[in-house]
Design a binder for this molecule. Structure first.
Ligand SMILES: Nc1ccn([C@@H]2O[C@H](COP(=O)(O)OP(=O)(O)O)[C@@H](O)[C@H]2O)c(=O)n1
Ligand SMILES: [Ca+2]
Length: 498
């Protein structure tokens, strides 16, 4: 047989290979394209929720938004808008309840503008009132009911889904503040490392954290199961220990001792918590018009409120509003309230932030904070006014007291020390959203934090697409390598034969 005549059949004949390669490439492109389109979130749809924070000093309206299909994922809800209601808090309308509802008008109209009209009917609106209304309820329950009826009536007149207007408890206020800061800092999907919450209002203050010790009092303990993790929280709300009520308590005590010691007329209240040169005439009932104190007999007396500007004396006077004598537990903060040792990092927000931020005291050691504050308090009132011409004198005059109160509350009350002072972060916002109880309240009422962890995709969407693309590329490269390998060996085979 003639060997020259043998025809070797080449399985990798060129047109066939080109055709196959083209089919594979087109196949891969189609696969990637389909996976991209299939998994791409459809046009993002947002849902909305409105919470009104009816605080003792003022009311704020918070609008939240979140992508509709991701509502059970942590960190998806963000604050879209806030509106500050003009005027004082709703509890100040006790003599004119209609005014409370009417005061919400402007901000609720703004909410109508901010939220797309087709979403209005499904947008829940909640109003939670805090310590100002708790105090009004103690003083005059009928008046507090009328104020709540008035705001409820007003909120029902908007096209949203009205879900209620109520006075929330101190425990709720503390616990929802804790949920907010931990939701926003995305701590809730991790088993450890939560952030404690410190909230200072005008009429109450809250402390909430995961303690290391046993919680000895039932009232201070709250359990949550969130995203598959169990949390055992310590929380306490001190009614009358917000900064505005604490100022009244402290001035009330000073007035009492002044009146006992000195019956002269007019009375002069020499106050170390106000700047030297500060001198205002006040009335006694204006200090005692709160259920936080027993009224004094000299109801119509006026007095001169005179500043001394002495920080350490101011701190001494503030210590008198904390009762540290009786503690029926193994340890207490004050007023016989159980408190385990503070543990972990804390977010301190609301007036904790406003006051410390105004005085530039958010990032110093405890010793430096005290030094700076002492210098600030002893600055003459005239100079303080000159330095801050645009701030209302009432607010400006109270920063020395407020900051001294904050230090005393944190150190003597809650037992923070110079060692763990750095663990307190004075914060206003986390990301776009304000720290406060409102977000946690809404997440809870809309069931947006599931007890068990929701199923999550193996990898995030971007990672998935990249993976599909790189994996397809790898297959392509391998196919090409195989092709070239076979082509070479076929050629070599042909040569050998030749
Ligand atoms: N920019 C601001 C806003 C509020 N604040 C104070 O922060 C406190 C807020 O308390 P709040 O109205 O929420 O009262 P609570 O009902 O929480 O006790 C008040 O004492 C306000 O005067 C401030 O110091 N600076
Ligand atoms: Ca508040």
């Amino acid at each position: 047989m003639d060997e020259q005549g043998v025809k070797v059949k080449n399985p990798w004949h060129r047109p066939v290979v080109i055709f196959l390669a083209a089919v594979i490439i087109v196949g891969i492109i189609i696969m990637v394209a389909i996976s991209v389109v299939q998994n791409k979130p459809l046009h993002q749809k947002y849902k909305y929720g409105i919470v009104l924070d009816a605080g003792s000093s003022h009311t704020s309206v918070f609008i939240y938004e979140w992508p509709a299909e991701k509502e059970n994922n942590t960190g998806m809800v963000r604050q879209k808008h806030t509106c500050n209601v003009q005027g004082k808090g709703i509890s100040s309308y006790s003599a004119n309840p209609q005014g409370a509802g009417a005061s919400l008008q402007e901000c609720m109209e703004e909410a109508k503008q901010k939220i797309p009209a087709h979403r209005h009917p499904e947008t829940p609106v909640y109003l939670g009132a805090t310590a100002g209304m708790r105090l009004l309820r103690m003083e005059n329950e009928e008046a507090s009911d009328k104020v709540l009826d008035s705001v409820a009536h007003s909120l029902k007149s908007y096209p949203f889904s009205y879900q209620g207007a109520r006075i929330i408890s101190g425990q709720e206020e503390g616990a929802f503040g804790w949920i907010t800061v931990n939701y926003l800092s995305k701590n809730l999907r991790k088993p450890t490392g939560t952030l404690g919450a410190l909230d200072l209002g005008g009429a109450s203050t809250q402390i909430t954290f995961v303690p290391q010790q046993n919680i000895e009092s039932y009232d201070n303990s709250i359990d949550f199961r969130l995203y598959g993790n169990d949390y055992h929280l310590y929380t306490h709300s001190f009614l009358c220990y917000g900064k505005d009520q604490a100022l009244k308590l402290s001035m009330g005590k000073k007035l009492e001792s002044t009146l006992k010691a000195d019956e002269t007329d007019p009375i002069e209240l020499r106050d170390p918590c106000f700047h030297p040169g500060y001198n205002f005439t006040r009335t006694v009932p204006n200090v005692f018009n709160t259920p936080c104190m027993k009224e004094m007999k000299l109801a119509n007396e006026t007095f001169f409120h005179v500043g001394l500007g002495n920080w350490s004396q101011c701190q001494q006077s503030i210590r008198k509003v904390f009762n540290t004598i009786n503690c029926p537990y193994s340890r207490c903060s004050f007023n016989g309230v159980f408190q385990p040792s503070v543990y972990g990092d804390f977010g301190a927000f609301s007036a904790f932030f406003f006051v410390m931020d105004f005085l530039n005291l958010t990032s110093d050691t405890l010793a430096t904070t005290k030094q700076k504050l002492a210098a600030y308090c002893s600055t003459p009132w005239k100079k303080i006014v000159e330095n801050h011409p645009n701030i209302k004198e009432k607010y400006l005059s109270e920063y020395c007291f407020s900051a001294t109160y904050i230090l005393t509350l944190l150190e003597d009350g809650y037992k923070f020390t110079s060692n763990n002072w750095k663990d307190i972060r004075f914060i206003k916002k986390i990301g776009d959203s304000d720290a406060g109880w409102t977000l946690g309240y809404m997440l809870n009422l809309t069931n947006m934090i599931p007890a068990e962890a929701p199923d999550t995709p193996l990898m995030p969407y971007g990672g998935y697409v990249t993976f599909m693309f790189l994996f397809s590329l790898l297959i392509l490269v391998l196919l090409l390598l195989v092709y070239f390998y076979f082509r070479r060996s076929t050629r070599t085979g042909q040569k050998d034969i030749i």
